[in-house]
Design a protein around this ligand. Sequence first.
Ligand code: ZN
Length: 435
Amino acid sequence: MSIRITGATLPDGTRTDLFVENGVFVDEAPSGATTVDADGLVALPGLVDLHTHLREPGFEQSETVLTGSRAAAIGGFTAVFAMANTMPVQDTAGVVEQVQSLGELHGYVTVRPIGAVTAGLAGERLSEIGAMAQSRAQVRVFSDDGHCVSDALLMRRALEYVKTFGGVVAQHAQEPRLTLGAQMNEGALSSELGLAGWPAVAEESIIARDVLLAQHVGARLHVCHVSTAGSVDVIRWAKARGVQVTAEVTPHHLLLTEELARGYDSRFKVNPPLRREEDVLALRAALADGTIDIVATDHAPHPTESKDCAWDEAANGMVGLESALSVVHAAVVASGELDWSDVARVLSRMPAEIGLLAGYDTPFAVGSAANVTLYDPAASRTFATGDLRGKGTNSPYLGRELPGRVIATVHNGHATVLDGELVDAERVAKEAHHG
Ligand SMILES: [Zn+2]
């Protein structure tokens, strides 16, 4: 497939035409190209999500690699890292190769499997980290996400192991005993609502321990879904000391607060929980100053019955791929804290760099992989279930006015979204395999 994108605005504000042929950017218009009019659209490098739950194998009623890939593409993503809490767990070479192959088969996005740190996510012994790293999937990111690697010795051993091949451990920082039965952020509001609290210190204490372990080992640590102002302080301190730590924040923690728990609407139940206004402001500032490196969605689809119940029985989690760019726009671009170059950094270049995903370091350069998202910043919409493309409808934004819209997504040179709608699965798969 060859594509000619006319009049696009690059993140730095310059206007240009972009030409795509045989999967890469080329310097002149290919003949017979599909033309995309990008007048008024921002061209971002293809978005990369370091934290997606695709649910396959094992939980296909919630999501599959195909449906999650479609949700990603409509959100402007060209690559996602798939968390390990599948069934069977992604803790062997066989399972990670299966997930990677499904991604390649469908072709909407690059799917990079994340390996479990501990066998079966049980927190008792290390998984087959070396075998996953050496497998065809070449896993470089390891995480027990959903569970904290709370055993300090196991965490140390995992960091030592991934250091040997330059990998990274992505920690879900949640001290388990401090959060037993937790239902929402701990504070005055949890007392008022009579819900068991999830204290900030349960996150901050694990991050503090882990940055010290990472420093001691000399290995790379990544902190998933940072949610409190205190965590930001710990990470800032660690970075100042030269610790190899990176951190992510979710779109929802940049926009929403614990006040939404008042209605006991389980769409707002998530782990870590929505926090206070002052936490949200600290997270935005940390993303702007680089203390927090990236935005990652923690896209967590659930079947309706898991969310359509009383707050204390409902599953944690929100879908996020389809809305991520609009939410980042609303939370930190509209306020002027981030510009489009910053968005390109936190949603594409840096997540690729942390995950050691090639092809994202020189966006739009001639000869580099053609991954691009065309975004209309002037659009706005009342977000609705019709805007979702995965299986999950557990979005906290339904009925909310959100800015912007993804108009086109190009993954490795072939279009996955055109005119704001998914290209059909058969055509995407065919073009992914035959160029
Ligand atoms: Zn998590």
